[in-house]
Design a protein around this ligand. Structure first.
Ligand SMILES: NC(=O)c1ccc[n+]([C@@H]2O[C@H](COP(=O)([O-])OP(=O)(O)OC[C@H]3O[C@@H](n4cnc5c(N)ncnc54)[C@H](O)[C@@H]3O)[C@@H](O)[C@H]2O)c1
Length: 350
């Protein structure tokens, strides 16, 4: 008979299947709206957090990253990859999993899938940024790049900002068709476009979310009219950008954590003194966001550990009194803390 692990050794694990059950139980709009508020809550207390650029292991095909942070009570990290050519092999471009732990003991509190959760938190972060930066009363968005993240982005803009129309464009028409199908019941008016130029016509919010390990030019300067908000999320790695640098010369640029974005964001194309504002300052009311009618605001998003922390805390809070998780004994926790070997021996005898 194997000896059962002690209660401290058992932590909740949220599988992909259970994450999907949880989202459907709560409703996608509720999850995106609550997650947007959770991310904003943590941006408001930004100085509390430990911050560092993420640890990235680059290869020819992509990147594998570890993203840790702590608020002094709770620690979190995410493992995430970015492999733009994975799609050709039938694999996801971005996958992840993450862990929440107690700072006081170092014991984990929860392990969860984070492929879906990353898409949800990235959409929530975009919506939170747009809430502070986009023109008031925006109703039309363009979504350029209609891959795995796209529908989450569109749905969050609808749920949080009241966006009514999404204009889709992807170099691969099959991706646009997939997004159009998946958003059919969203309540959004869907317009499939045959170029990025057509997609951004009449849009007050333009989200670029393409995957290509190159200095791509998804938007050129002449395409971008005054007064719009650009949410650039696909350029998130050294050597991987989406916007022509002339756009950045005209835009007011907002970032998550400047030292990381200087390495990974659109601003890697710019001089080190190119001015940026960390978004948490706008959220806290320390810095101005949108100041004028004709201003182009750019959220140069690369994804930061604090957003994953918010998402992990949010999911952990949802687990109480539910069955949206399994217990796993991820941690060896002998009755006598010094008798780790004895625990191993007794397991053989049992
Ligand atoms: N900022 C963040 O927090 C964050 C979070 C998640 C993903 N990302 C990044 O977002 C990007 C998209 O992720 P995904 O999971 O949706 O990837 P995906 O591979 O599923 O989709 C990317 C889409 O972009 C399209 N595309 C490529 N080049 C294009 C071009 N020139 N014009 C129009 N469309 C083009 C592809 O056909 C594909 O449909 C990736 O680069 C990823 O690293 C950023």
């Amino acid at each position: 008979m194997p000896i059962p692990p002690s209660p401290l050794a058992l932590i909740p694990f949220v599988s992909v299947e259970n994450m999907m059950r949880l989202v459907h139980h709560c409703g996608i709009e509720t999850v995106l709206t609550e997650l947007t508020d959770a991310v904003e809550h943590d941006f408001r207390r930004w100085p509390t957090f430990e911050k560092s650029p993420r640890l990235a292991s680059h290869s020819r095909d992509g990147v594998i990253e570890l993203m840790p942070t702590s608020d002094g009570d709770i620690y979190s990290f995410k493992y995430v990859n970015g492999h733009p050519r994975n799609g050709i092999k039938g694999l996801q471009t971005v996958t992840g999993f993450g862990l929440l732990a107690q700072v006081s003991s170092g014991y984990p509190l929860m392990l969860t899938e984070m492929t879906l959760l990353t898409a949800l938190r990235t959409a929530a972060t975009s919506a939170m940024a747009a809430r502070h930066l986009a023109p008031r009363g925006a109703t039309v968005m363009a979504m350029i790049g209609n891959g795995a993240q796209a529908e989450f982005q569109a749905w969050a803009m609808k749920a949080v900002l009241g966006i009514e129309e999404v204009r889709l464009y992807d170099i691969d028409g099959k991706a646009t068709e997939k997004a159009r199908r998946n958003l059919a019941d969203s309540g959004l008016r869907i317009v499939a476009c045959d170029s990025a130029q057509r997609a951004i016509e009449g849009a007050q919010i333009v989200t670029t979310c393409t995957a290509d390990k190159s200095y791509a030019t998804i938007l050129t300067d002449n395409m971008v009219g005054a007064g719009i908000h650009i949410n650039a999320i696909g350029g998130d790695c050294p050597g991987k950008t989406e916007l022509h640098k002339d756009i950045l010369h005209r835009a007011s640029t907002f970032v998550e954590y400047e030292p990381q974005t200087r390495i990974e964001g659109e601003i890697q194309q710019m001089a080190p003194d190119y001015p940026v504002t960390e978004l948490w300052r706008v959220v806290q009311g320390q810095a101005e966001g949108r100041t004028g009618h004709g201003q182009i605001t750019l959220f140069d998003s690369v994804g930061f550990a604090i957003e994953d922390f918010s998402a992990l805390r949010y999911i952990h809070g949802k687990l109480k009194d539910t069955d949206f998780f399994q217990h796993i004994d991820i941690l060896a926790d002998p009755d006598d803390p010094r008798d780790l070997f004895g625990m191993l021996q007794r397991a053989q005898a049992a």
